[in-house]
Design a protein. Structure first.
Length: 152
């Protein structure tokens, strides 16, 4: 059941980001109204954080590539369409990874981060869905503010 909820969260994330942010231009993807994080950050962060959280769910440590990508999430977007394609690809890969975890014990212990914070496989799966939807909401809110500023 948890696995299906995570998969549904991924489907909704792609659908909502495409619907609400897909028609914004490069400048709008990078806009930071009142200093909030830009749409580009949220979309990139969704794709990359899903990958990182599922790595922990699989019982593995992050790779050097994942650590390097973490440091570049705040970089400016140069192509919204490329960012959307990367999000779509990341969520498709993530869905396959979640399906592969379907037979695992949700109470199996897992750790997160350098400090090896304790959690469980089920806890990580719930968190990846919740975290994804949180950033979808933030991206949509920022997109709406940016869109409203067009008329000013």
């Amino acid at each position: 059941m948890v696995h299906r909820a995570v998969l549904h969260a991924f489907e909704l994330a792609e659908e909502d980001i495409t619907r609400w942010c897909g028609e914004l231009g490069v400048k709008e993807w990078n806009a930071r109204p009142d200093g909030v994080a830009c749409v580009a950050f949220h979309v990139r962060h969704i794709a990359r954080s899903v990958d990182r959280l599922l790595t922990y769910a699989e019982g593995r440590a992050l790779s050097e590539k994942q650590m390097t990508e973490l440091k570049t999430e705040k970089e400016a977007c140069t192509s919204p369409q490329e960012e959307l394609m990367q999000l779509r690809s990341a969520l498709e890969k993530a869905a396959s990874r979640v399906r592969a975890l379907a037979g695992e014990d949700l109470e199996a212990p897992r750790t997160v981060g350098r400090e090896l914070l304790p959690t469980s496989l089920g806890g990580l799966l719930v968190h990846v869905a919740e975290h994804t939807q949180r950033h979808v909401g933030q991206a949509i809110t920022t997109a709406k503010v940016v869109r409203a500023a067009r008329g000013r």
